[in-house]
Write a protein that binds this ligand. Structure first.
Ligand SMILES: C[C@H](O)[C@H](O)[C@H]1CNC2=NC(N)=NC(=O)C2=N1
Length: 93
């Protein structure tokens, strides 16, 4: 199982991901699109990287806004897997 990161490691990794913030034992990112169709298209882009990583974001769609939350449920906190997937998500259009 992946190892939970220390608070210090989490802060270091977050400093390289300006669009993500810490919320308890998760990191979250909010993206806004022109409409619901564009928001859903973005969510569909997450399927392949999530399946490839065997790691899946929690997603909340509100019309044109998508809130993405990452945490490693198995480990009970944030691990390298969350930051690796966050970086991939940040690189998407
Ligand atoms: C067996 C399977 O790989 C695990 O249940 C994976 C699936 N996707 C997951 N996704 C997330 N975000 N956290 C997990 O702990 C997790 N576990």
């Amino acid at each position: 199982m992946a190892t939970v990161l220390s608070d210090r490691d989490i802060q270091t990794k977050l400093s390289g991901l300006p669009d993500w913030s810490l919320s308890g034992k998760t990191i979250t990112c909010t993206r806004t699109f022109k409409d619901f169709v564009a928001a859903v298209a973005f969510v569909n882009q997450l399927v392949e990287p999530a399946e490839s990583a065997g790691h899946h974001p929690d997603l909340e769609i509100s019309y044109n806004r998508v809130v993405i939350s990452l945490s490693t449920h198995d480990a009970g906190g944030l691990t390298e897997k969350d930051f690796a997937l966050a970086q991939v998500i940040s690189n998407l259009g």
